[in-house]
Design a protein around this ligand. Structure first.
Ligand code: GBH
Length: 463
């Protein structure tokens, strides 16, 4: 059956979003400020000065958006909970109005037969915690575990799948190293301390979630994976360095209870690693039930020869720092082949390869694609959004995922990024990832051709 694939009945198909990217309502119902409010309101930090103040106004359009999800036939919906909305100031009891919103969201999903997949942290750190040191400070990990416990206490009777952190690599290395994300700091040692405290936050939260949930939930972390490719004949070392800093910096402590030796060596000139205390690694390695995998593209790397002009250290725009402490000399070459509107190359085979590798390196850990998708400029013709490039992207990556599953990888589902167009962080509203178009003037939603096709895939279960 060449070109045809069957999507198994128990393979979960859904879509994902994140609080700051869609909710808006930045000042409503007692929500406090996060580092992304501060960052996006700082001139020069985001494209066009865009902020998430209004975004897709999802906070005020919840019921209509739930109906939209139902009309697409989604089996699962991955959303994130805004920490500053449910616990403004990051201390003490929860904000009832903030909790009420997520409670309505969860009930609305369950009423429509859609499985809620809740992420506790998708980058919106309460500003008060950043003022006290942010992720480079150990206390932030303790505060996160407490917020997780309190939040699961109120929603854990209905949510069966929890994710601690979304893409801690981005929080640590884009936030504190490159400065391309909030809080916009550019210090390699701080980025590595942030990495460790994010790992610790995850590990401290896992038992809290299990204790507070009362329904034996599936607990996970979501990591973003870089798939580095050699950009020259002698690029093995560059590939190894990027894999260590981007991938094994999180998979090894979380799934094996240790930091890789090569990572320690590569960063020895940047930090003495004194932030790792006795007992931390055992806590970080608290068993999880699922690993969330976010995959977008490969990167092509090589060692800088020290002579020719150095190529930029990745596609993170105007950032003044580096997300690669100790490996700043690695060059990121322009990507061969077709690309999305982000300048990221399109490589579905690399997703299949990544899944096979994770299954081999970390056997016994079920996987879930928690994000995969693409930005393309929309072509709107007579009110219809002709986004065949996005449709093709999704179909090919879903097919790659199914191939990995047929090869024996325990991959449980695929959640497309994103349900709807949204605030694309430093790129503001200039990039559209949705399978549903958002008109930011009217807040009208239009299901794109990719969304129609996705709904059909869910129904027919054939590719
Ligand atoms: C995710 O980040 C986020 O979870 C989500 O909020 C966001 O909207 C979505 O993806 C789309 O960006 O940058 O050239 O080095 C993904 C972040 C994307 C970071 C791929 C690493 C590698 C290519 N990752 N990127 S490059």
């Amino acid at each position: 059956m060449t070109g045809m694939g069957v999507i198994p009945k128990d393979f979960l198909l859904g879509a994902a979003t994140a609080a700051y990217q869609i909710e808006g309502a930045a000042h409503e119902d007692g929500r406090g400020p996060s580092i992304w409010d501060t960052f996006s309101h700082t001139p020069g930090r985001t494209w066009n000065g865009d902020t998430g103040d209004v975004a897709a106004d999802h906070y005020n359009r919840l019921d209509a958006d739930l109906d939209l999800m139902q009309s697409l036939g989604l089996e699962a919906y991955r959303f994130s909970i805004s920490w500053p909305r449910v616990q403004p100031g990051a201390r003490g009891s929860l904000n009832a109005k903030g909790v009420a919103f997520y409670s309505r969201l969860v009930d609305g999903l369950l009423a429509r037969g859609i499985r809620p997949v809740a992420t506790l942290y998708h980058w919106d750190l309460p500003q008060e915690l950043e003022d006290a040191g942010g992720w480079p400070a150990r206390d932030t990990a303790e505060r996160f575990a407490e917020y997780a416990a309190r939040t699961v206490e109120v929603l854990g009777d209905r949510v069966a799948m929890w994710t601690t952190l979304n893409e801690p690599w981005c929080s640590a290395f884009l936030g504190y190293g490159a400065g391309a994300h909030a809080p916009g700091r550019t210090n390699g040692a701080a980025a590595l301390a942030a990495m460790h405290h994010l790992n610790l936050a995850h590990g401290l939260a896992v038992p809290e979630i299990r204790r507070a949930a009362r329904n034996s939930p599936e607990v996970s972390a979501t990591l973003n994976f870089h798939v580095p490719r050699p950009g020259s004949d002698d690029a093995e070392e560059a590939v190894r360095r990027i894999d260590a800093l981007a991938n094994r910096s999180f998979t090894e402590p979380i799934l094996r209870g240790d930091y890789p030796d090569d990572l320690l060596l590569d960063t020895a000139g940047v930090t003495d690693w004194a932030f790792v205390r006795d007992g931390d690694l055992a806590k970080i390695a608290a068993p999880i039930d699922v690993l969330g995998v976010n995959y977008y593209s490969t990167v092509t790397v090589k060692e800088w020869d020290g002579r020719s002009p150095r190529v930029g250290n990745d596609g993170h725009g105007a950032a003044s720092g580096s997300p690669w402490p100790g490996s700043e000399h690695v060059e990121f070459l322009p990507q061969p082949g077709p690309q999305t509107d982000m300048g990221w190359n399109i490589a579905p085979d690399a997703l299949e390869e990544l899944l096979l590798r994770l299954a081999r390196d970390y056997p016994g850990t079920p996987l879930l694609i928690t994000e995969n998708g693409a930005a393309f400029p929309d072509v709107v013709v007579d009110g219809r959004v002709r986004d065949s490039a996005r449709q093709d992207f999704i179909e090919r990556h879903l097919a790659a995922t199914i191939r990995a599953r047929e090869a024996g990888v325990d991959v449980r589902g695929y959640l497309v990024w994103s349900l709807m167009d949204n605030f694309e962080w430093g790129y503001g509203y200039s990039k559209r990832f949705g399978i549903v178009r958002v008109d930011y003037d009217t807040q009208e939603r239009i299901v794109k051709d990719s969304g129609r096709r996705y709904a059909e895939l869910i129904q027919t279960r054939s590719l």
